[in-house]
Design a protein around this ligand. Structure first.
Ligand SMILES: CC(C)(COP(=O)(O)OP(=O)(O)OC[C@H]1O[C@@H](n2cnc3c(N)ncnc32)[C@H](O)[C@@H]1OP(=O)(O)O)[C@@H](O)C(=O)NCCC(=O)NCCS
Length: 161
């Protein structure tokens, strides 16, 4: 696939309300719940870019920067920041909005790698992306650097049978 698209083709937003069953005994949302939201919105960004099915290859980083509580509104945003032959790096940002105070804070940031799958159930080529705004330019440039770092990382399981 030789075509290139603006990163914004992949941009996705979702809004969710944190309910008590999503939270731990401190009243803050389970990290695993946020991971599931991140996984979903990262996949949607990649599906919008490629019009293909995708699978999660890795959660490259997840930073839980501040807690979010039952009753808060979560605003999630994802965008594909760089692509390889068949893989895509996605940036996901999660903001928590306190309805009573109106305060909005960054609660989680993550980079995820997704791989596009063709009809034969094998990795398939994905289009390139290019930035259009200053913020996208920053994510794009750093994305290329992170890709180089990932290439040096072993993809083998640490413990073999
Ligand atoms: C991810 C997966 C498709 C890679 O398959 P593979 O046989 O290693 O395929 P390849 O070696 O051709 O790698 C495909 C791409 O994935 C990238 N990749 C593979 N493993 C990776 C990892 N652990 N982290 C980041 N990228 C990875 C490769 O660098 C390559 O990128 P490129 O084409 O842009 O250069 C395969 O390991 C898999 O199916 N894993 C399970 C996925 C899954 O079930 N996810 C959870 C549910 S959706």
């Amino acid at each position: 696939m030789s075509k290139a698209y603006p990163m914004s083709k992949s941009r996705t937003t979702q809004t969710r309300l944190i309910l008590p069953p999503d939270t731990n005994h401190y009243g803050s949302i389970f990290g695993g719940k946020i991971l599931a939201y991140i996984d979903e919105i990262a996949a949607i960004a990649c599906m919008k870019l490629t019009n293909q099915e995708v699978v999660t290859a890795s959660f490259d980083s997840v930073d839980f920067l501040s807690p979010a509580y039952a009753g808060d509104i979560l605003e999630l945003e994802s965008i594909v920041t760089s692509t390889g032959r068949t893989s895509m790096e996605v940036y996901v940002r999660v903001m928590a909005y306190n309805v009573k105070t109106g305060e909005k804070k960054l609660t989680t940031e993550s980079f995820v790698t997704m791989v596009a799958f063709g009809e034969e159930g094998k990795p398939i080529a994905v289009p390139a992306v290019y930035p259009e705004t200053e913020e996208e330019e920053k994510l794009y440039k750093a994305g290329m650097e992170r890709r180089q770092l990932r290439k040096g990382k072993s993809k083998k399981a640490l413990v073999q049978d």
